[in-house]
Design a protein around this ligand. Structure first.
Ligand code: NAD
Ligand code: USQ
Length: 424
């Protein structure tokens, strides 16, 4: 790859850089010496306002974050507000920066949000598919050598009763053999959007010779990286509500405020999990070892698999060691998913590239719980405990109580946001 002739100094666009993973990723790559262009349309701050949700850790605006990053480290991150659905804006970004690689986080990523109603399903799939298509066309037309590193999800596979391979499976059928994309049976309109993205990306690699790495990531936990801890202005978001908060992060908050841990149904739902610091490492490995032209490489990006009940029990055991009692509540499952099933997903490719995982440890759980304890007065108990979206009937009375606007309309300005910048 002409572009990646060294381990640093690449121009990398981090798309979705205002998000939970995108912001630490932008700092991580900047620290490694890459020229980072951070792009986001701040949709997520708007979706928070819409649903009455918020990060437990206070967030600075992107402008404040990049200024603080430069003041603390001397490294620059270029910040651009742009919407990936807007093809001219995407093309303008490519013209201005001619990226060697894209790290693409910029999607609507909540399964419950995608199940609120028809409009949210549409918003999710249009946002995610159109954004990714615009990137693929910009690569084809402007920087064909650019490496697309795309965040997919382990949930694309669902929970089949066979081992889950990394992207592809060798099949023998009626005496003939082929290597085909692994069958995918996802469990929400959000997870489906990732499958559709994967198909589009795979097609673009075959049709145009695009180089792509599709990272099927598991559920991420934790909130601190080597960079977020440098200054409170560099914090990333930490969600705890039932729409945006993910299982382990939510259980830590519930433990910290003394509420029961909300295991949905029997709790045998098994998923792949990883520490946010390992997300940084995996994406860096993908960047430094790019896919070939025309290759659609798929890595399963997680380090350990647990059932949600196992996670709850792990936390309860850890709290017991501190003399504290934690209750586990089996609440009615708002989702349609198997609560007991076989699960064995391969995740060898990133280990082969050198990933050294941070396995889930009591110390990590203790540190997350300690952070939450300091902010426990900021936790809204209803958002924490009561699921607000049912897979069968959509947004329920909790959604109705907290949501601020229920019909589609122009985005409202978010306090603390800067005026939209035109992608030049
Ligand atoms: P997040 O919601 O915190 O961040 C996503 C960011 O993308 C937000 O800042 C949002 O404003 C931005 N965005 C959305 N649509 C956009 C658009 N059209 N144009 C520009 N910006 C846009 O999500 P996250 O938790 O940081 O997840 C990042 C990615 O990783 C997502 O694609 C998600 O599907 C994937 N992922 C996340 C997890 C997890 O546990 N958090 C696990 C597996 C995969
Ligand atoms: N769950 C509970 N109790 C809770 C919350 C969740 O039992 O309080 C269960 C869910 O029913 C599900 C499992 O925990 O079986 C995971 O749910 P989650 O909310 O932690 O994660 P999910 O909805 O799958 O989505 C998250 C991210 C998404 C990412 C996905 C990775 O929001 O962006 O794609 O994790 S994966 O699960 O591998 O598809």
């Amino acid at each position: 790859m002409s572009a990646s002739n060294g381990r640093s100094g690449l121009t990398v666009m981090v798309l979705g850089a205002d998000g939970y993973i995108g912001w630490p990723m932008a700092m991580h790559l900047s620290r490694l010496g890459h020229r980072v262009v951070a792009v986001d349309n701040l949709a997520r701050r708007r979706w928070d306002r819409e649903g009455g949700t918020y990060s437990l850790v206070p967030l600075r605006s992107m402008g404040q974050r990049v200024r603080r990053w430069e003041a603390v480290t001397g490294n620059q991150i270029v910040w651009r507000r742009a919407d990936l659905r807007n093809a001219p804006a995407v093309n303008a970004l490519f013209q201005e920066f001619r990226p060697h690689a894209l790290v693409h986080f910029a999607e609507q990523r909540s399964a419950p949000f995608s199940m609120v109603d028809r409009r949210h399903a549409e918003l999710t799939q249009v946002n995610n598919l159109v954004g990714t298509l615009n990137l693929l066309f910009a690569i084809r037309d402007q920087v064909p050598d650019c490496h697309l590193i795309k965040l997919g999800t382990m949930g694309e596979y669902g929970t089949p009763n066979i081992d889950i391979e990394e992207g592809y499976i060798d099949i023998e059928h009626n005496g003939r053999r082929d290597r085909l994309p692994f069958p995918k049976v996802p469990g929400s309109f959000y997870h489906l959007s990732k499958v559709h993205d994967s198909n589009n990306i795979h097609f673009a690699t075959r049709a145009w010779g695009v180089r792509a790495t599709d990272l099927n990531q598991g559920v991420v936990y934790g909130f601190e990286t080597d960079d977020t801890v440098l200054h409170p202005d560099l914090n990333t978001r930490f969600d705890f509500d039932s729409i945006w908060g993910t299982a382990l992060n939510r259980f830590c908050v519930q433990a910290a405020v003394g509420q029961p841990l909300t295991v949905y149904g029997k709790g045998g739902q098994t998923r792949g999990f990883l520490d946010i610091r390992d997300t940084m490492a995996c994406i860096t490995l993908a960047l430094e070892n790019p896919a070939d032209r025309g290759e659609c490489r798929v890595f399963n990006q997680f380090t350990e698999q647990f059932s949600v009940l196992q996670l709850a029990e792990l936390i309860a055991k850890g709290r017991k060691a501190h003399g504290l009692d934690t209750t586990i509540a089996h609440v009615p499952n708002p989702r349609i998913e198997l609560e007991e099933h076989y699960y064995n997903a391969k995740h060898q490719h990133l280990l082969d590239l050198g990933l050294q995982p941070h396995l889930l440890a009591d110390t990590l759980l203790d540190s997350v719980i300690a952070m939450v304890e300091k902010r426990s007065d900021k936790v809204d108990a209803v958002l924490l405990e009561q699921p607000s979206v049912s897979w069968k009937t959509g947004g329920n009375e909790v959604w109705d109580r907290y949501s601020t606007h229920k019909t589609a309309g122009p985005p409202r300005a978010v306090r603390g946001e800067e005026a939209p910048q035109k992608a030049r």
